[in-house]
Design a protein around this ligand. Structure first.
Ligand code: ADP
Ligand code: GLC
Length: 488
């Protein structure tokens, strides 16, 4: 079969810019598609905070100082490219300092809609300037969700896109890009009101993600359970009815683990390598991590790890009721790495102060430390209120750090409950979103922890799981081929 031309557009791509799993998923998917010989272009913004000295950038000929009208405003953008590490393909960076030279990746600035609309349009204009006709445009989350509509409106005149089909992946329905309908001019959609969701317009709003859900040829989300959950009241965040209407175009494809990045045998970011056959390195990582943070190292104490964005999604409000009790009663240690809402940072700072030899908290984003925590921990806790897929529990499995997770979204699809009787399973799950239910799961985990041979079996089960992208990429490819059959 002929290779496909795939335009993959995202606000984050590992290693260039990352706040969460989206960045890892886009990079891994692109890498796998590239390995299979497809012609993939990944497009993202050239953020001010990119560590520019670490990568080599090359200007893309012809796509320099291109003017773009956005209502009454006018911007100029240029495109540079750089190799996606460990791949045979390029990431294309949209440079527009006026919009992307900001403190963070995301902002609360009033022109946030323009930043990502410009990214979306620039990605399409890059195709035009280089006469590269994509078979598939694959947009991700609200930031690029207007692309399917742009192809039907602003760029509909161009035959280059005559056979282009669109996929929108919903990584997190909690972020929809809801803006005032006064932005329609900026977005060059003022003449397309009839194509937008009327009820929203009547209420003075425009919802980027909803617009994408209306117009993408196919929708995917990052696990089968989440694909079902977002069609219901509890997790649909207002979009459930629309998603139910598009049920036959909505597919759940669970994410994978990029084995190039996450492999305890070879990971350059961890002090001691290890494998399921020889776990001595894992214990050495635990000891070293305890020493680094001034924690009391005891091989019999279970080290619980947590690496996360600190947001309500991740279920941290369940912790204050149970952690002090757990830390008093049980021989455990806790290491948390996270950045996000201040209330959670304050809580973990307080906890670390109250239990200085048992709890360590590091605020901020720190990729090497994230790897080390996975490698050092015995257990990894993710009590998410909702979790579209979750990557950390899969990284944990691979690093023999047993996940303790709420049965929701991708957590339900990737962690199998451990059964002491049969010795089968890879982790511990709980259902109710309550502190008691989480406490129960922790107790079950600790009971197995005290039985050394059962624990060893559990760790081996976990490390033998294989959530590789090599397999998951086939699901995306099958979908692309179904949408773009003419290219067979
Ligand atoms: P989400 O995308 O909702 O944040 P995922 O589990 O899919 O959740 O992905 C989170 C990714 O971000 C993981 O690779 C995790 O290691 C990383 N991560 C989250 N917070 C931090 C942090 N503070 N420092 C380093 N890495 C982090
Ligand atoms: C989102 C979700 C997370 C998922 C990630 C990558 O940020 O919160 O569950 O793993 O996207 O798809």
């Amino acid at each position: 079969m002929d290779p496909l031309k795939i335009l993959l557009v995202s606000s984050e791509v590992t290693p260039f810019a990352k706040t969460g799993g989206l960045a890892d998923v886009v990079a891994a998917l692109a890498r796998q598609l590239g390995k299979l010989g497809h012609d993939v272009r990944v497009v993202m913004p050239y953020y001010g905070r990119l560590r520019k000295s670490e990568y080599a950038f090359e200007s893309v000929e012809r796509v320099q100082d291109v003017p773009m009208r956005c209502g009454e405003k006018r911007y100029w953008f240029s495109v540079s490219r750089s190799r996606l590490p460990k791949s045979n393909l390029d990431v294309y960076f949209v440079r527009c300092p006026e919009l992307f030279d900001r403190e963070g990746i995301y902002t609360q600035d009033p022109d946030e809609h323009l930043r990502f609309a410009l990214l979306s349009r620039a990605a399409l204009e890059l195709c035009q300037w280089t006469q590269w006709a994509p078979d598939v445009v694959h947009a991700n989350d609200w930031h690029t969700a207007l692309m399917p509509l742009y192809l039907r409106t602003v760029y509909a005149w161009d035959k280059l896109f005559a056979r282009t089909r669109t996929v929108l992946t919903i990584h997190n329905i909690g972020y929809q890009g809801v803006v005032s309908s006064e932005t329609l001019r900026d977005l060059e959609l003022q003449n397309e009101r009839r194509l937008l969701y009327q009820e929203d317009l009547d209420q003075g709003r425009l919802n980027f993600l909803k617009t994408g859900i209306l117009y993408a040829n196919a929708l995917t989300t990052v696990s089968k359970t989440y694909a079902r959950e977002i069609q219901g009241e509890e997790h649909g965040m207002g979009l459930q009815a629309l998603l139910r209407q598009r049920d036959d175009s909505l597919f759940g494809i669970v994410n994978g683990v990029d084995h190039e990045e996450w492999n305890p045998r070879k990971d350059p970011l961890i002090p001691h390598k290890f494998s399921e056959r020889d776990l001595r390195g894992k214990e050495a990582n635990k000891k070293a991590l305890c020493e680094k943070f001034g924690l009391d190292y005891d091989p019999r104490a279970a080290l619980i790890g947590c690496v996360s964005r600190l947001t309500a999604q991740k279920g941290f409000e369940l912790l204050p009721d149970i952690l002090p009790v757990l830390l008093h009663r049980e021989n455990v240690r806790l290491v948390v790495l996270g950045s996000g809402e201040e209330r959670y940072e304050n809580y973990f700072n307080w906890l670390a102060g109250a239990f200085p030899t048992k709890v360590a908290f590091k605020a901020g984003f720190d990729n090497p430390l994230a790897h080390w925590i996975e490698a050092a921990s015995d257990m990894f806790v993710m009590p998410s209120r909702y979790e579209p897929c979750g990557l950390n529990q899969m990284y944990s499995l691979r690093y023999g750090s047993i996940p303790i997770v709420r049965r929701t979204g991708g957590l339900a699809d990737t962690v199998k409950p451990f059964d002491s009787a049969t010795g089968e399973g890879t982790g511990f799950l709980f259902d109710e979103f309550t502190p008691e239910a989480l406490y129960g799961a922790l107790q079950r985990a600790l009971a197995v922890w005290r039985d050394e041979s059962a624990w060893r079996r559990l760790v081996q089960n976990a490390m033998r799981e294989n959530f590789s992208w090599e397999r998951q990429v086939e699901h995306y490819l099958a979908l692309y081929r179904r949408l773009a059959p003419a290219q067979r």
